[in-house]
Design a protein around this ligand. Structure first.
Ligand code: SF4
Ligand code: SF4
Length: 234
C-alpha cells in the first residue's frame, strides 16, 4: 500500500482498519510501515479516505506473495494455487481425500490476527516433514516449497509477511501423536500464533481418531470444534 502525501489530510480514518497496525499518523500525515504491511488492501477497500489518497501499487516478486496470501480478492498467478488453503478437510466426507487410517492436518499460521513470515512457516513445515508427511499439492504454501520432502521454502520469500498461510498435509494415523508433539515443540521457536486442525474419517466403530491423536500428544481439542457432514463438491 502507498499513500499520496499531497492528498493525505492526516485525518486517521484509515488507521483502525489495518490488521497489522502498519498505519499511523506522524506529523499530521499517514505513515505506512512497509515491512509490516501485508498488502491485504483492507485499508483501501474500507473506502473511508475522503481524498482517495491511498494507492494500490503494482507489486513484483517476491512482495506480490504478501498480496496473494492476504487479499482474498486476488488471483494466484504467482503461486498458481488460489486461496490460503484447500477445501479438502471441509469436504472430506465426499472427496475422501483423507482415507481411514490417515489424518489430515492443517496449521493455520498467523491466525487469528497476527500474520506470519515465511521463515516461521518453513520452521513448522520442516518440523513435520521429518515424519514423512505428504504436503497437499493443491495448496499455495506447498507451491512455494523448493523441496516437499524437507519442507524447504524458496529463499527469496522467507522474509515476506502475510495475513495467514495454511500448511496442509496427510499422515498415517499412527504417526499423528508424534507429529502433533513436534508441532507443539516448534511452537516455542516461532514469532507468531497458529490454529491447528486435525481431520479424520470416522471408522465403523464410531471412534474419533483425530481426538485420540490430540489427547495422546497432550493437546486438548477445543470444545467448539465443528463436524462437517455431507459438505462437499458435486
Ligand atoms: S494494505 Fe493491509 S496491511 Fe497494508 S496498510 Fe493497508 S490494511 Fe495495513
Ligand atoms: S483516510 Fe486518507 S486522508 Fe485520512 S489519513 Fe488515511 S490516507 Fe490520509
Amino acid at each position: 500500500m502507498n499513500v499520496d502525501l499531497e492528498k493525505c489530510l492526516g485525518c486517521g480514518s484509515c488507521v483502525p482498519y489495518c490488521p497489522m497496525r502498519a498505519l499511523s499518523i506522524v506529523e499530521d500525515q499517514l505513515s505506512i510501515n512497509h515491512d509490516e504491511c501485508v498488502e491485504c488492501n483492507i485499508c483501501y477497500r474500507a473506502n473511508v479516505c475522503p481524498t482517495e489518497a491511498l494507492l494500490i501499487t503494482e507489486l513484483t516478486w517476491p512482495r506480490i506473495v504478501r498480496n496473494v496470501f492476504s487479499d482474498p480478492l486476488m488471483s494466484h498467478d504467482t503461486t498458481g494455487v488460489p486461496g490460503r488453503g484447500t477445501e479438502e478437510m471441509k469436504t472430506n466426507d465426499v472427496t475422501n481425500r483423507f482415507v481411514e487410517g490417515h489424518l489430515g492436518i492443517a496449521i493455520e499460521m498467523g491466525r487469528p490476527g497476527t500474520g506470519t513470515r515465511f521463515y516461521d512457516v518453513e520452521k513448522v513445515a520442516q518440523a513435520v516433514a521429518k515424519f514423512g508427511v505428504k504436503f497437499e499439492v493443491l495448496n499455495p504454501v506447498t507451491s512455494l516449497m523448493t523441496d516437499t520432502v524437507t519442507g524447504k521454502i524458496k529463499e527469496d520469500v522467507l522474509n515476506e509477511k502475510v495475513l495467514s498461510a495454511i500448511i496442509e498435509f496427510d499422515i498415517e494415523e499412527e504417526k499423528g501423536p508424534q507429529v502433533l508433539q513436534a508441532i507443539k515443540e516448534v511452537s516455542s521457536q516461532i514469532e507468531t500464533v497458529f490454529s491447528l486442525d486435525v481431520c479424520a474419517k470416522v471408522p465403523s466403530d464410531n471412534s474419533l481418531p483425530s481426538e485420540k491423536a490430540a489427547y495422546t500428544s497432550g493437546i486438548t481439542p477445543s470444545i467448539n470444534g465443528k463436524t462437517n457432514v455431507g459438505l462437499g463438491r458435486v
